[in-house]
Design a binder for this molecule. Structure first.
Ligand code: HEC
Ligand code: HEC
Length: 221
């Protein structure tokens, strides 16, 4: 009985933490709402995405040091992609190449390029596939049972490269990424949890994909 009392107490504490973090995330979402308004021009995004495609348009392209896969962007939420670009530009995410890439973009360019890369964002099925790993039970409240995010400001993780998901979680833990919500969650994870979670989400379908509409002079509009 004693044990159970402590368990439910811890449960209550973690619920409070989640509620606080979720509220923080939603405030962030409201602040970011202007990130990808309806008037974003995917056509303009495409026209200025030539350099990006050198990495994001090639299947299984790798970041060299350290070695991990360049993230898939197609099917992602445009609001999230624009927020990520702001993060690289403004220093909330550290990555040298992405910082210099994002530094050349205006806010409007980011919205347009996010709209282009996202294409048709994945639609949630609301169903878990197999059993969600125990350490990921909180995660799915934002990232979705099927890895498709429940709100546009959250990233979908379904089918993302496993090694990239590991890298992203390590960055939140180490402070290379400063998002307060994810820093809080990542801090609770052990190395082995990170690997189990990354493996789980990377196998879910429908899946994010590598940009499949490469730029050419003929297709640029
Ligand atoms: C030299 C290769 C390279 C080029 C060129 C490049 N990227 Fe990236 N991009 C990466 C890598 C590697 C990451 C992951 C960085 C990290 O670990 O945070 C990334 C991350 C991103 C993310 C975050 C995705 C996520 O799931 O959080 C977005 C959005 C993005 N890039 C868009 C762009 C855009 C737009 C351009 C062109 C203006 C561009 N990238 C050019 C390699 C590249
Ligand atoms: C309250 C909502 C919420 C919860 C719960 C949550 N996340 Fe996140 N997650 C976010 C947001 C918001 C971001 C984008 C942060 C940023 O801008 O870097 C994110 C980003 C990520 C990314 C980076 C994705 C990419 O494309 O770079 C991974 C991986 C991730 N979360 C995994 C997890 C895991 C694993 C858990 C559980 C331990 C979790 N998240 C719990 C909201 C949440």
């Amino acid at each position: 009985m004693k044990g159970r009392g402590r368990e439910s107490c811890q449960h209550a504490v973690s619920i409070a933490v989640i509620a606080a973090l979720a509220a923080a995330a939603l405030t962030g979402a409201a602040a970011q709402e202007s990130a990808a308004p309806a008037h974003a021009s995917a056509a303009h995004g495409k026209a200025i995405s030539y350099t990006c495609l050198g990495c994001h348009g090639i299947d299984d392209y790798k970041n060299a040091y350290p070695m991990y896969s360049v993230p898939k962007l197609e099917g992602q939420n445009p609001e999230y992609l624009a927020a990520a670009l702001h993060g690289y530009r403004d220093g909330d995410r550290s990555h040298l190449t992405m910082h210099s890439q994002a530094s050349t973009l205006s806010d409007k360019d980011m919205e347009d390029i996010a709209a282009y890369f996202a294409g048709k964002p994945l639609a949630p099925t609301g169903k878990a596939q197999g059993s969600v790993p125990q350490t990921a039970t909180l995660c799915v409240s934002c990232h979705g049972q099927d890895g498709v995010a429940i709100a546009p400001i959250y990233p979908s993780l379904a089918g993302q490269h496993e090694d990239y998901l590991v890298r992203a979680l390590e960055e939140y833990r180490k402070g290379g990424r400063n998002n307060p919500v994810m820093k809080g969650f990542a801090a609770t994870l052990k190395d082995e949890d990170i690997h189990v979670i990354a493996r789980y989400f990377s196998h879910l379908k429908p899946s994010l994909s590598t940009e499949s509409r490469p730029y050419t002079w003929l297709t640029a509009r």
